[in-house]
Design a protein around this ligand. Sequence first.
Ligand SMILES: Cc1cc2nc3c(=O)[nH]c(=O)nc-3n(C[C@H](O)[C@H](O)[C@H](O)COP(=O)(O)O)c2cc1C
Length: 206
Amino acid sequence: MSTTPHIVILVASTRAARFADYPLNWVVAKTAKRTDFTFEVVDLRDHQLPFYDRAGSPAMTPREYATEAERVLGEKLDAADGFLVIANEYNHGYTAALKNTLDSYFAEWNRKPISFLGYGNAGGARAIEQLRQVVDELDMASVRPTVNLLGNYVMGIRGGGDPDEVLEPLAPRLDALLEDLHWWATALKIARAADKEETDASDEQA
Ligand SMILES: Cc1cc2nc3c(=O)[nH]c(=O)nc-3n(C[C@H](O)[C@H](O)[C@H](O)COP(=O)(O)O)c2cc1C
């Protein structure tokens, strides 16, 4: 088994005129230099699910996808060993699209790390702290270091600054986040594989 963690970069904002693309492009450029991970962008704008409408909870019916769109997104999440959410903040919370996505799956999230880059007046900090409460229930490990684009970074880019130059002071924060994310993703990948081996062995005996 390869222990190289595969990370999904999850984009939470779905609106056409979003700011999200600036931090997203910066993260994609930085992570492209890492050889100790693989990364895939999963943009919720391209994976908009209807509001959750299944009869049961995904926790009770693992990987039973109701639609093709649900399956496509579910398989991408399932293949991930960890997540980096590009999280915006609306009214001190995170987006409805992200909550709907979190609620629509369960096994796909379980026992994996999730990390956050936030942006907004307070660097998306309030949205991120709410997300930590929710991901607990999905049996995830939320990674301690975050990257926060406070209002001055957002205004710097909106004011016409070169995004790479404006965001460069945050590069050490992104490195710290990635170091922790790598530790958790590798440790939990190995632990999930050991669990699976044990389950497969007891299934064979049965
Ligand atoms: C409905 C709405 C509510 C917002 N509430 C907040 C907020 O509570 N805190 C904050 O920092 N920014 C807030 N903003 C500003 C957003 O953080 C800002 O528009 C950001 O660019 C949104 O991300 P997006 O452009 O990628 O969608 C709000 C924006 C909207 C449209």
